[in-house]
Structures are given as C-alpha cells and as structure tokens.
Design a protein around this ligand. Structure first.
Ligand SMILES: Nc1nc2c(ncn2[C@@H]2O[C@H](COP(=O)(O)OP(=O)(O)OP(=O)(O)O)[C@@H](O)[C@H]2O)c(=O)[nH]1
Ligand SMILES: [Mg+2]
Length: 217
C-alpha cells in the first residue's frame, strides 16, 4: 500500500514536470536543477558563475529553502530575476512548486534558469522538477564515503562538481576515491574540480556551461 502511494505521488510529479519542461523549452530557456547537501556551496557557485558570464548569458534563479530569503537576497544583488520558494518543512522542491511560480519568471528575458534546490543529499534527486540537466555539487569536506552511502544523486546527475578543493591540504579526504566511486555509480558523469573561494577550476566549468546554453538555444 505504502509503495503504491509513493509511486502515485511520483507519477503525478512527473506529469507536472513534463509540462514545466515543455514550457521552458518553448521559451528557449535551458533549465538546471542544482543540488547538494546543505552548505556545499550552491549559492556561492551561482554568484561566481553569474558574474563570470555577465553580459554573455542572462540568468534567472529560483531559490529553494525550507525557510528564509537569504540566498534570494544574495542573488538579487546581482540584478538577476530571482524567486524564493519556502517549502516550510519539505526537504526538496517538487514540480508543482515550480509550476506555481513559473508565470512570475520573465522567461523571455533569460537564457538559463537555475533552480537551487533545498540543501539535502537525498530527496531532491527523487523529484523531477522539469529541468533539462541535474547538476550535483559536492563539498570534499563531506568525505570520500559519501558516493557509496548516498548513491542516488550521483547516479541521477549529468555533472558532478567537487567544490572546496582549496581545503584539500587540511583534510584527510581521498579525492580519487570520490571520483572513482562516483564514476562506478554513473559512468557518463562529467566531473569538475573547483574552489569557489580561490577560483581554481572555475574557468573550465563556466566555459562548459556557456557552451551548453548556447548549443541548446
Ligand atoms: N573554503 C571554501 N569555502 C567555500 C567554498 N565555496 C563555498 N564556501 C563557503 O561555504 C559556505 C556555504 O556556502 P553556500 O554557497 O551558502 O552553500 P549552499 O550550498 O548554497 O548552502 P544551502 O543553500 O544552505 O544548502 C559559505 O561560508 C561559503 O563561503 C570553497 O570553494 N572553499
Ligand atoms: Mg544556498
């Protein structure tokens, strides 16, 4: 009984997600679902990416958080259209939440919509919100055991960004194991290694993203 109920919820979600995807594609908007555990650096990465592509790609952002407007304020300061969704307890965004606020996003004035999901290493990966690409950010401070303990997000994402590599000298983390286990879970995974603090590795990520958005336009 319980299994059937969960299946039904996911099926309903998938139908709404498909509808979102169509609306976004019709408007020529490339949509990214950006996911990670809390504090891995999603908002910081967004800030740096938006600044790096200023004048080249027009961003719109949806900020998903359980409560508060902190991240939306940070992004709004960059003069980018941003909508904050407060899930009031839910640990992920779903397609219905996106569908509700999509009319408020000026789709004709943006090239890419980034949906910063609620910080959580599990649930966001279960819910399609209508994105074209799922990107996972992982802070290496989380430890090398995480791909095998929390496999779903690694499996569902097309891109894995390993962040906070500036901290590697102070940690006992095995970066090669993180990468090997992630690739074993998802052989097609594209991996970037970056530091949003020092800027190391950001150029490759930004160039890749610019290309993706231009190709999809
Ligand atoms: N040392 C270091 N700190 C970083 C890096 N990237 C982000 N941080 C810091 O990590 C903390 C969390 O960053 P956020 O960008 O807020 O992370 P988030 O994933 O958006 O967090 P939630 O939205 O709460 O899930 C902040 O104090 C950032 O300054 C990095 O590459 N290196
Ligand atoms: Mg954030």
């Amino acid at each position: 009984m319980k299994v059937r109920l969960v299946k039904k919820i996911l099926e309903a979600n998938d139908r709404i997600a498909e509808n979102n995807r169509k609306k976004l594609a019709d408007a020529g908007v490339y949509t990214m679902n950006l996911m990670s555990a809390p504090g891995a650096g999603k908002t910081t990465l967004l800030q740096r990416t938006i600044k790096a592509l200023d004048g080249r790609i027009r961003f719109g952002v949806i900020e998903g958080d359980i409560q508060g407007t902190h991240d939306a304020e940070v992004i709004s300061a960059l003069n980018v259209p941003v909508i904050q969704i407060n899930t009031e307890g839910a640990c992920h965004l779903d397609a219905n939440m996106i569908s509700d606020i999509l009319p408020e996003m000026p789709l004709n004035a943006i090239d890419i919509l980034v949906i910063e999901n609620v910080g959580n290493l599990v649930c966001p990966a279960e819910f399609d919100v209508g994105e074209e690409i799922k990107v996972m950010l992982f802070s290496i401070t989380g430890g090398e055991d995480k791909p095998l303990k929390y496999p779903l997000m690694f499996q569902k994402s097309e891109v894995l960004i390993l962040n906070k590599i500036d901290l590697a000298p102070y940690l006992d983390v095995d970066m090669e194991k993180i990468k090997a286990d992630a690739i074993a879970l998802n052989p097609g995974l594209r991996i970037f290694e970056i530091s949003c603090k020092s800027g190391q590795g950001l150029d490759a990520w930004v160039a890749w993203l610019e290309d993706k958005v231009k190709v999809s336009a």
